[in-house]
Design a protein around this ligand. Structure first.
Ligand SMILES: [Mg+2]
Length: 148
């Protein structure tokens, strides 16, 4: 049986930071982008190697996307579904979970850039994406393939 692998969306699959930086340079307020800007989340470009990693890892893991949407940004909730369908389509069909309580999901591995939304309260393995050992998808994928 395939092990369960959860992937965070922002900063793991979708390049939240560079897109946000671009908007800030155009004069948008950071807090406004996160809480109020419609369509922001659907327009994020993929992190380099993320789509390829999802496809390759899907052969060996039962993958779900486990993400949190800002509570007051209604557009973010649908934007994330639109993003997943745009970039992963059938490969991620019915595999998107939006939750503020990541600890309530059961996993073997969680790839997440943050210890937030209860992702720190885990009893399974957390791949801390963006940190030294897992600074990019090449490194994270290599590690996960050794653990399949
Ligand atoms: Mg994230």
């Amino acid at each position: 049986m395939k092990k369960i692998l959860y992937l965070d969306l922002d900063w793991v699959l979708a390049d939240f930071e560079s897109w946000k930086k671009d908007l800030i340079e155009k004069g948008f307020d950071e807090s406004y982008i996160f809480k109020n800007l419609e369509w922001f989340f659907r327009d994020l470009p993929p992190i380099p190697g993320a789509i390829e990693a999802f496809e390759e890892l899907s052969e060996f893991f039962n993958i779900f996307i486990l993400s949190t949407a800002p509570w007051w940004n209604d557009s973010a909730w649908s934007d994330k579904a639109i993003w997943v369908k745009k970039y992963l389509w059938e490969k991620a069909r019915k595999k998107l979970i939006l939750s503020h309580r990541k600890d309530l999901n059961i996993w073997d591995f969680l790839v997440d850039d943050r210890l937030a939304n209860w992702s720190e309260n885990f009893s399974w393995e957390h791949i801390h994406f963006g940190q030294v050992w897992f600074e990019n998808w090449e490194k994270a994928k290599k590690y996960l393939l050794e653990k399949k």
